[in-house]
Design a protein around this ligand. Structure first.
Ligand code: DGP
Length: 113
């Protein structure tokens, strides 16, 4: 999608600190980190949210496989991170290309705001 910032990151038209990449998924550091570790994992294909992703065979699986590969590759402690996706503006979604936030490296409280 031509005016989507995350599609531009996928196309390498704008820079990002890439942490993981495979055929289907890209993961990069969030510009505005909310925790010492704050990575965004996105599908390379533009979809707005995970409900739309469910219409694409295997896409949500590909994303979660990418997240697991990223955690494994980085050697992060599996005890203490959170994966969250804001779905819609009322939930805080500000970029309408599906992304999962991976947050870690500090105590994470519940419920989130
Ligand atoms: P959300 O509010 O759930 O839609 O999260 C969007 C996140 O995207 C937010 O934490 C900031 C991040 N973000 C926005 N623009 C850019 C960008 O150009 N580069 C990077 N790395 N992150 C961005």
């Amino acid at each position: 999608m031509s005016d989507c910032i995350f599609c531009k990151i996928v196309a390498k038209e704008i820079p990002a600190q890439i942490m993981y990449e495979d055929e289907f998924v890209l993961a990069f550091k969030d510009l505005s980190p909310q925790a010492p570790t704050h990575i965004l994992i996105i599908p390379k294909t533009h979809v707005e949210n995970f409900l739309e992703a469910a219409q694409h065979q295997g896409m949500n699986d590909q994303i979660f496989t990418g997240i697991a590969n990223l955690v494994k590759e980085q050697g992060w402690n599996p005890n203490g991170f959170r994966v969250v996706s804001n779905c819609g503006s009322k939930a805080g979604q500000s970029v309408f290309h599906l992304h999962f936030h991976l947050l870690g490296g500090r105590e994470l409280t519940w419920p989130p705001g």
